[in-house]
Design a protein around this ligand. Structure first.
Ligand SMILES: Cc1cc2nc3c(=O)[nH]c(=O)nc-3n(C[C@H](O)[C@H](O)[C@H](O)COP(=O)(O)OP(=O)(O)OC[C@H]3O[C@@H](n4cnc5c(N)ncnc54)[C@H](O)[C@@H]3O)c2cc1C
Length: 399
């Protein structure tokens, strides 16, 4: 890990604390949780108690009162050991608690933030719909006022954690007569309310077939108290733009290094003639280039966040990190497929279960193709790379 000049003694101490936690509590269970498709509830409780789930929120609201860079360090140390834990903490912090911290009334902050910061409740985020993603103006899920509550009808798609979330923060249409980007609001929905159905989106690109990564959520005449509307009515478009500027993992370095180390191990395997890909000048150059790019990203990655406070908005530099980080993730996964040669070919693992035959090839090769396919998501979620480039074009180049 490259030592950043932005880090203070407090940041180094925090890194050590999170590093120890990750080694002690996450590393031993991560693989098993993945294989069993289980959520790390035990660790969520522990992380809540340590302040990891409310790192940047004020102490009087149950947070740990740290700066934004501390949050980035926290995610980096988790990602170094396990991507799932890192995503859990970042989605919970930026997409669930952030709307209330940034736009909620003081009363809403007092009511909701301590429960989220302690991990007593888990949050999810519902912006995307079958007809609305990059452009939230297409939001059709309707919240119609009726007495002291709203009645929700519609559907959200690709929602992470919806199968486990206690609350979902949804973008809903509150004025059907307004222009597409007006008349949208943010509302907190208790997932135990009658009329909610969560259906898994079954993907075939995960290392564990049948794992439930994302969902579609259906709202059918769901009654939500009016006091759960976050911030001002019909300001949802402005709020959504703000929230999307916090993407999930501005902490790419350690995860990339982990993936590159795996690639090195695979590339270093010798064949029957005693040679490996390290003997191939073109492949060596590819590894060098990846190393250079990851190091460059690490050198600059803390800078945009060093002066940022919890409820401030990261600038276009965050979009740059996002594009570079996700493209490197994909480039490493591509090179790993190349290094695994035919052992890394995608196979239908169910076939081998039926015929009771072992999967061909070494163990390291089994997840190579599934990870490659699964990582296509990296340049889509939290604002696609095309959208990130639009932001850069506008903010940096003035186009
Ligand atoms: C693993 C995963 C987890 C996710 N988790 C969540 C979640 O928890 N909550 C949630 O609400 N959503 C979630 N999403 C959805 C994600 O945010 C959207 O998929 C994403 O914003 C893109 O929206 P879309 O799928 O509707 O694609 P579209 O917006 O239809 O885009 C399709 C293509 O067109 C391009 N495009 C669109 N508009 C422009 C433009 N103006 N300029 C240039 N190119 C453009 C896009 O880049 C993309 O390539 C998740 C997605 C994935 C893959």
């Amino acid at each position: 890990m490259i030592d950043s000049p932005c880090l203070t003694d407090d940041h180094h101490q925090l890194r050590e604390l999170v590093h120890d936690f990750a080694e002690r509590e996450i590393k031993p269970v991560a693989r098993q949780l993945d294989l069993a498709d289980e959520f790390p509830w035990e660790n969520v409780k522990k992380m809540g108690a340590l302040g990891f789930l409310g790192s940047t929120w004020p102490e009087e609201l149950g947070g740990a009162g740290m700066d934004y860079l501390s949050y980035i360090i926290l995610i980096e140390e988790m990602a170094r050991v396990d991507a799932s834990h890192a995503i859990t903490v970042s989605a919970h912090t930026t997409l669930s608690t952030s709307p209330i911290m940034s736009f909620g009334t003081p009363e809403q902050q007092r009511r909701f933030v301590p429960l989220l910061a302690s991990g007593t409740v888990l949050g999810g985020f519902g912006l995307t719909e079958p007809g609305a993603g990059s452009d939230a103006g297409g939001t059709r899920t309707a919240a119609v006022a009726k007495g002291d509550h709203y009645v929700l009808n519609g559907s959200k798609i690709w929602t992470t954690h919806a199968q486990w979330a206690d609350w979902m923060f949804n973008l809903v249409r509150t004025d059907s007569g307004a222009k597409p980007q007006e008349g949208i609001s943010f509302i907190l929905v208790d997932m135990k309310t009658a009329g909610i159905r969560v259906e898994p989106i079954v993907t075939t690109d995960l290392p564990i077939p049948g794992s439930q990564e994302v969902n579609q959520v259906f709202y059918d005449d769901v009654k939500v108290p009016k006091e759960n509307l976050i911030g001002e009515i019909n300001k949802g478009w402005t709020y959504a733009k703000y929230l999307l500027s916090f993407e999930r993992g501005n902490a790419y370095g350690p995860g990339l290094k982990r993936a590159l180390n795996k690639l090195r191990k695979i590339a270093g395997q010798t064949d029957a003639s005693g040679t490996s890909l390290f003997d191939d000048a073109a492949f060596r150059a590819k590894l060098d280039d990846l190393e250079i790019q990851i190091s460059a990203l690490e050198y600059v990655s803390h800078r945009p966040f060093a002066a940022l406070r919890a409820v401030q908005r990261p600038g276009a530099e965050a979009s740059m990190m996002n594009c570079r980080g996700t493209e490197l993730q994909q480039a490493i996964s591509e090179a790993t497929v190349e290094a695994s040669v035919y052992d890394g070919m995608p196979v239908q693992s169910d076939t081998f279960a039926v015929t009771n035959e072992p999967r061909p090839g070494p163990n390291y090769a089994a997840p190579v193709a599934p990870y490659y396919f699964n990582l296509r998501k990296a340049s889509i979620y939290a604002g696609s790379n095309e959208i990130q480039r639009n932001i850069m074009a506008k903010a940096v180049l003035g186009l």
